[in-house]
Design a protein around this ligand. Structure first.
Ligand code: GLN
Length: 285
């Protein structure tokens, strides 16, 4: 069988399983199956040649496993083991939320303010924290997460990318000491009642710990806001990702926590995605 035969068959199987991006996923996974067997993933421009050539039995068997996983609606990133975010590839597992493109807005906003120290609450893969530290090599960073399995992934990503955050198992601020110039978080913000509506890729494969507070979707923001007086330096910024309907509610929480210059920012899709606010006072004073 040629690569083309395998990919056609895989595409049909993925379509039948309800995967919307069946052809693209079939092709990406084919390149990764070749990579798993040969030791290096061919670049996309080599796809045409690989489709025309006969596929080895080893590649075909590896590809069949990957396609079965994808037909079971496992996300591509978990099957290939990483996801690109901002400027790097991050390792992802079933213990971590996949870094999503809309979260890059949080990184962009973080890099628009001065800071010497940064805290990332619910760091997961570490994608947010590691991305900002890679761009601010002088800054000190702490990543907190309730999941030690997620922190293992973050530790590996930090090492691979060459930054050295402190990573602590912590329920929000519980195990965090000190104050920071910048606090970031992409917390679980999906209300429990909304979980059934998510795609199977998210609902059945990503960690619920990272997705939902098992409540109204706002309890993480309440916990984060409750700690800003103790953990945010005067003049420092709090920036949180939100679900696109949560702007007003989260902005009100930041206001009530005494933050100023509270604003809502939109992602590239034009949807509300980040709420930010500053602690009054002058940084470093
Ligand atoms: N943006 C994610 C989603 O909609 C949710 C991530 C989160 O709750 N922080 O699947």
């Amino acid at each position: 069988m040629t690569g083309q035969d395998l990919c056609r068959e895989a595409e049909a199987r993925l379509s039948a399983a309800g995967v919307i991006s069946a052809r693209a996923d079939a092709q990406i996974l084919f390149l990764h199956a070749i990579g798993r067997i040969s030791g290096s993933v061919p670049p996309r421009h080599a796809l045409r040649d690989h489709l025309a050539a006969p596929a080895s039995d080893a590649v075909a068997a590896c590809y069949a496993d990957m396609i079965s996983a994808r037909a079971g609606r496992q996300p591509v990133s978990q099957i290939i083991g990483f996801r690109s975010f901002w400027k790097h590839d991050f390792r992802v597992t079933r213990d971590t939320l996949d870094p999503r493109p809309e979260t890059e807005l949080l990184v962009e906003l973080a890099l628009s303010v001065p800071f010497g120290s940064v805290l990332d609450l619910g760091t997961g893969t570490g994608a947010i924290l590691i991305s900002v530290l890679a761009e601010r090599p002088q800054a000190f960073g702490v990543g907190a997460d309730l999941s030690s399995a997620a922190l293992d992934v973050a530790r590996g990503n930090a090492q691979m990318i060459g930054v050295r955050p402190e990573l602590v198992v912590s329920n929000w601020y519980d195990a965090v000491t000190g104050r920071f110039d910048l606090i970031l978080s992409n917390p679980p913000y999906i209300a429990l009642g909304e979980m059934p509506d998510l795609s199977p890729e998210v609902r059945d494969w990503e960690p619920w710990l990272a997705l939902t507070d098992h409540g109204d979707g706002l309890s993480a923001y309440r916990a984060i806001c409750a700690g800003v007086q103790d953990h945010l330096n005067p003049g420092g910024w709090l920036m949180v990702e939100i679900g696109f309907t949560q702007g007003a509610a989260v902005a009100a929480l930041l206001d009530a926590a005494g933050l100023v210059d509270v604003a809502i920012r939109q992602d590239l899709g034009g949807r509300d995605r980040v709420v930010l606010g500053r602690r009054p006072g002058v940084q470093g004073a």
